[in-house]
Design a binder for this molecule. Structure first.
Ligand code: UDP
Length: 240
């Protein structure tokens, strides 16, 4: 059963359990996809029914970031731990590399997915980069054709939220891949275009602050976080 946080159901799994489930999905033909909502996406789902439908239809809904974990705790139904999408994919790649599985990288600005692919291939010998494409395309058709031609085991869809969730929902039956994951700015991180917060900041759950420091324009988006917390408190008061 999923854990409800302001209308979005999260799978109550640890990182290890999420990877086990992801690996099992690589062995089925169902068009599975993984989403990793943060508080911003939870708030988007409250206003955008199409985004909510796309998130709900995912096979695995993972809490990306500490905001969702705090929210769930305040609501009295704690989730085991945060499962950041970028880390989930890295853990999957480590496992996939052992058996020569393949991944296609879709998204980010031209050249970024390619650079990410190079870095990932070096970091995980055995992992096959089946192809790459940037995320600034007009028609889905040629992208779907290119992915199907490459026939990867896994497809990363990094178009930002909620665009990537809607894209996976809309195209899931047309794609010949076993598993997709919508991972926002992860390709920028894998490519080294955007620096991930140092571990000490991650341990202190301050990754969001580090990202804000790097890109102060994110402040508008991050204002959804206090709103998320206000809604969580409101639901707690009403629900008790
Ligand atoms: N992006 C894309 N196509 C678009 C819009 C965005 O490929 O039409 C990419 C953008 O270049 C970036 C990612 O989607 O690599 C979104 O990153 P962001 O940090 O905003 O996502 P988050 O991780 O916060 O969800």
């Amino acid at each position: 059963m999923r854990t409800d946080v302001l209308g979005v159901g999260f799978d109550p799994v640890t990182m290890d359990e999420a990877v086990e489930r992801g690996m099992a999905m690589l062995d089925t033909d169902a068009p599975d996809y993984v989403v990793t909502p943060n508080p911003e996406i939870v708030m988007t789902c409250r206003e955008d029914p199409e985004a909510k439908k796309a998130v709900e239809a995912a096979s695995l809904v993972l809490p990306d970031g500490i905001g969702v974990i705090y929210g769930a705790k305040i609501l009295g139904r704690p989730l085991p731990e945060k499962v950041p999408g970028a880390d989930f994919a890295l853990a999957m790649f480590a496992r996939m590399a052992r058996t020569g599985r393949s991944v296609y990288l879709l998204g980010a600005k031209p050249g970024v997915a390619e650079a990410a692919g190079k870095n990932l291939a070096e970091r995980f010998p055995g992992l096959v980069i089946a192809g790459t494409a940037d995320g600034y395309f007009q028609d889905d058709g040629p992208v779907i054709d290119a992915v199907n031609k490459a026939a990867p085991d896994m497809l990363l869809v990094c178009l930002g939220a909620p665009k990537q969730e809607k894209w996976m929902y809309r195209n899931r039956d047309k794609l010949k891949v076993r598993l997709m994951a919508g991972l926002g700015g992860s390709l920028d991180v894998y490519a080294g275009v955007v620096e991930r917060a140092p571990e000490s900041w991650q341990r202190l759950n301050l990754e969001w602050l580090y990202r804000l420091k790097q890109d102060p324009r994110r402040i508008g988006r991050m204002m959804k976080l206090p709103h998320f917390m206000v809604c969580v408190m409101g639901q707690r008061i009403r629900g008790k």
